[in-house]
Design a protein around this ligand. Structure first.
Ligand code: PMP
Length: 436
């Protein structure tokens, strides 16, 4: 992707065509890992649906409902194709990735509380069984599993991170054993950018009959990801990180596992037959989609997927890799910065977080904000990971295919400016000055 193409791509986003300004300069938006901006095409799709096609999908027999339902189900098929699901029914719409992960963990809890459906024995958990995560997980892929362990009596275990906040397949091999029933891990860490070997991990888990749950929030927006080929059992991601709207996330599941998972939240349109005593549920995905869905957002998510496909996910990944190389190189050659995660651009996707020696991340963030550089500071919903690294917070810059080299440089300049401003480095300490 050439600089001219990047300029064309940016023109497709109202935000980048007319960015907010800070300190007289256009904002350098380096926070796509938290939430991405939306192309006009995605915003237009949502509006067009609301203006001309809005109707209560899957409810009633009118032609308007029929065509709204077709758009809604069309988005499901588009998403399914994008992430390598064999069938659209393997895609369940949720509120966000957090919700999708909770649907799995809560559903397994229901299965163990005697509220299963046919095949739910597959999810039996109790004393002697183990739920495994990693110490690098986002709270969304951590707390639901902690609670499921407490509820069922299963042991809760984790793969510890090393001094960089990463872990290896050997660490996983050491932790997975015949008692492991669930292994939940992130495909790409939202703090370290570390890309885990998901296919190998899924196959290790499969050998012991454990279910794999992949947090794909930070991979689906940046890499060609095909869940079927990776061999994971469940996966979750959010629309708003992949150029789509808020309010919609995706749960992917292997067909037989989704079919055996009970719904944790129930109600209208998820059922076949209801009496005053009990209910029978529809097959997936509708079993998990009780209540009125965020239809316009789902339709717009389909458009976001189409946009990503048109750009070309592999091409975008190559472009983002160049940006990450620039980002990482600038960090590594600046004294006083500790780079979290892989100490290079390999096995790293779309972001870099640093600790600036002697400075609180919030001070760094405020300094960058005054320079018009928008990044994320804090624990990024990964407190245990930061604790393991001996820090409370870090400063994270994340890139997207629309990011420019100039924006990356503004971040690096901003970090160095913060060091000078707060006096944590000598005024002459600049990259390449021999002090690194
Ligand atoms: N997992 C990871 C790795 C994430 O980066 C995020 C978002 N920060 C989430 C889960 C949760 O996503 P959401 O807030 O959209 O549910």
């Amino acid at each position: 992707i050439t600089p001219d193409e990047v300029a064309d791509l940016r023109a497709a986003f109202p935000y980048f065509s007319d960015p907010p300004s800070a300190g007289g300069r256009p904002v350098a938006y380096l926070d796509a890992a938290a939430t991405s901006q939306r192309p006009a095409r995605v915003l237009d799709a949502e509006r067009a649906f609301l203006e001309h096609a809005n109707a209560a999908v899957h409810r009633g027999t009118s032609r308007a409902v029929g065509s709204a339902t077709e758009l809604f189900e069309g988005a499901r098929a588009t998403v399914a194709g994008f992430v390598g699901a064999d069938r659209p029914e393997q895609i369940v719409f949720a509120e966000n990735a957090t919700d999708a992960l909770n649907i799995i963990a809560l559903g397994i809890g229901e299965a163990n509380a005697g509220l299963g459906v046919t095949g739910s024995e597959r999810f039996a958990l109790g004393a002697g069984d183990e739920i495994l995560v990693t110490e690098a997980e986002h709270h969304a892929n951590l707390i639901p599993w902690q609670r499921l362990a407490k509820k069922t009596g299963a042991a809760f275990r984790y793969i510890p991170v090393n001094e960089y906040g990463t872990w290896s397949i050997d660490d996983a091999r050491a932790a997975i054993n015949a008692r492991t029933r669930i292994f939940a891990f992130s495909h790409v860490s939202n703090v370290t950018g570390f890309l885990s070997p998901a296919a190998e991990l899924a196959s290790l888990a499969r050998e012991v009959g454990a279910i794999t749950v992949l947090d794909a929030c930070q991979s689906v927006p940046h890499l060609p990801v095909r869940f079927g080929e990776l061999g994971v059992d469940f996966a979750a991601f959010s629309g708003h990180k992949m150029l789509g709207p808020n309010g919609v996330g995706v749960l992917y599941g292997r067909e037989e596992l989704l079919a055996a998972l009970p719904p944790a939240r129930t109600g209208g349109s998820a059922i076949t037959k209801v009496t005053m005593e009990e209910a029978e549920f529809l097959p997936p995905p509708m079993r998990f989609e009780a209540g009125t869905q965020p239809v316009s957002q789902i339709v717009a998510l389909g458009e976001a997927v189409a946009f990503n496909r048109d750009v070309g996910v592999a091409r975008a990944a190559a472009r983002e890799h160049e940006l990450v190389e620039r980002l990482v190189q600038g960090i590594l050659e600046t004294p006083g910065l500790r780079l979290l995660g892989p100490q290079g651009a390999e096995q790293r996707v779309a972001l870099a977080a640093v600790e600036v020696a002697g400075l609180h991340a919030h001070d760094v963030g405020q300094f960058l904000d005054e320079q018009g550089v928008l990044v994320r500071v804090g624990h990024h919903c990964a407190q245990p990971l930061h604790r393991a690294l001996g820090m409370a917070s870090s400063t994270r810059a994340s890139v997207h295919v629309t990011t420019t080299e100039d924006e990356v440089d503004r971040f690096l300049d901003g970090l160095r400016g913060a060091q000078r401003y707060f006096g944590t480095v000598a005024p002459s300490a600049t990259p390449g000055a021999g002090s690194a």
